[in-house]
Design a protein around this ligand. Structure first.
Ligand code: AMP
Length: 417
């Protein structure tokens, strides 16, 4: 018989880590819902065209998309990110603006799997559509920082840049193209290929041979229109007013083509591997129009769950919660007493587990130990006949007899509830 394992770049998330994931999403929900964001659950696959709008010169679209033809002949793709889906939903439902939404869930990119980089990875994120106010940019960024603070992370750095309006960005791209093309021999082969597709992405190269040319390249700051520059300054003023520390990095371009004006990245200083970016976002004022909607400004961010948890591990914060039941029921009468008692306890919100298959008393006590339950209830023939049970406190091992009809109250007392 063939045996199977998960596909490359995918993982099973088992308990107690899965409980940590849930808590991560819950903390995020708490932070953003307090700020007036509503939950959106977009589909995991959409018409391929939705994602093509993310940008035909980004690798996410050109190389990494899980796209296929479904049985009805439609060209669809698993979502590589969720901003495009949110914008598609905006165009489809035309909600009142400002439209503030948050999301959580998996995305799919055919990347080279490694630590911190997966083919199925989770993100949480927010988007705001319909507001063109630099104060909002600052508020959205501050919300991301607040979330990290709530996880307990202290070593998250905020990098900030402006990519200008689309005209600025185009002028900058062509200045970069001229710069790199006239020094093409000094550029790595990989960066030469990138230059063809998107000159901005050459700035992302971490290759030593490209470093000098990149350092000498034209600067985005010199290509901002007065309006974009003013917007950028106001974002910075608002961030300072909100007490958010940042540093301006005018080499920050980010992977997605749709960004305009404000762009930012959250970087974990506690991660040493290649992938230190734990989240990022920016303005994408043209995306809704690209998807067939009215001209609508938008801003948002996506935070990588998998990678942020690696940062939590590195900082020793937000560990996996202990998952254990409150009570383990050991039944030497055949098992039906355990069933009744478990149901009784669970009904009133006390976690209870038991053994099966008429295991020996010794084996059941071993299971009780392994369960981590602080309290054990033991029922044998004598107890059943006398309508009693033995309540054992696992730590210390003290035990006493309790009346069956007083069992719940006694368990509560033993649990300190
Ligand atoms: P992006 O959607 O590319 O702007 O990515 C936002 C965040 O998602 C990044 O900062 C990462 O934390 C995370 N991320 C992106 N791609 C992956 C991946 N393949 N595996 C794990 N996390 C990822």
């Amino acid at each position: 018989m063939p045996s199977f394992a998960t596909s490359p770049g995918t993982r099973d998330i088992l308990a107690p880590d899965s409980a940590r994931w849930r808590r991560f999403q819950q903390v995020f929900a708490d932070v953003v819902e307090t700020a007036g964001f509503g939950h959106i659950i977009p589909p995991m696959f959409e018409d391929l065209g939705v994602f093509l709008r993310v940008g035909e010169s980004t690798e996410i679209v050109t190389k990494e998309m899980y796209d296929f033809e479904d049985k009805g002949g439609r060209r669809v793709a698993l979502r590589p990110e969720q901003t495009a889906s949110v914008c598609r939903a905006f165009v489809e439902h035309r909600p009142v603006t400002p439209w503030k939404v948050w999301y959580a869930g998996p995305n799919f990119r055919y990347e080279k799997p490694q630590q911190g980089r997966y083919r199925q990875f989770d993100q949480v994120g927010v988007e705001v559509l319909g507001v063109d106010d630099p104060q909002l940019d600052a508020e959205v960024i501050a919300l991301g920082m607040e979330f990290y603070r709530r996880l307990g992370l202290t070593k998250v750095r905020l990098s900030l840049n402006s990519l200008g309006d689309s005209g600025d960005r185009d002028r900058y791209a062509s200045a970069l193209r001229t710069h790199f093309s006239s020094n093409i021999d000094a550029l790595s082969a990989e960066s030469r290929a990138t230059l063809e597709r998107n000159p901005l992405r050459v700035l992302d190269s971490k290759r030593a041979e490209d470093a000098q040319l990149i350092a000498a390249s034209p600067r985005m700051a010199d290509h901002l229109s007065p309006a974009a520059e003013e917007h950028f300054l106001q974002v910075q003023t608002s961030l300072r007013a909100a007490g958010v520390t940042f540093h301006v990095d005018d080499r920050l371009v980010r992977g997605l083509d749709y960004y305009r004006r404000t762009t930012f990245e959250f970087v974990s200083e506690s991660l040493t591997a290649a992938h230190t970016a734990i989240g990022g976002g920016g303005r994408y004022d043209g995306l809704v129009a690209d998807l067939g909607g009215p001209d609508t400004p938008g801003i948002g961010f996506a935070l990588g769950l998998d990678r942020t948890l690696l940062a939590c591990d590195a900082e020793g914060v937000f560990g996996a919660p202990q998952s254990r039941v409150d009570v383990f029921v050991v039944d030497a009468t055949g098992g039906s007493e355990a069933g009744v008692i478990c149901t009784e306890l669970r009904t009133v919100g006390i976690g209870a587990d038991r053994a099966y298959e008429r295991r020996s008393m010794k084996a059941q006590m071993k299971s009780a130990d392994r369960s981590g339950a602080p309290v054990c209830i033991i029922v044998g023939d004598d107890e059943r006949n006398a309508n009693t049970a033995i309540l054992r406190t696992m730590e210390g091992g003290s035990q006493h007899i309790v009346q069956r009809d007083d069992l719940v109250a006694q368990v509560r007392r033993a649990l300190g509830r």
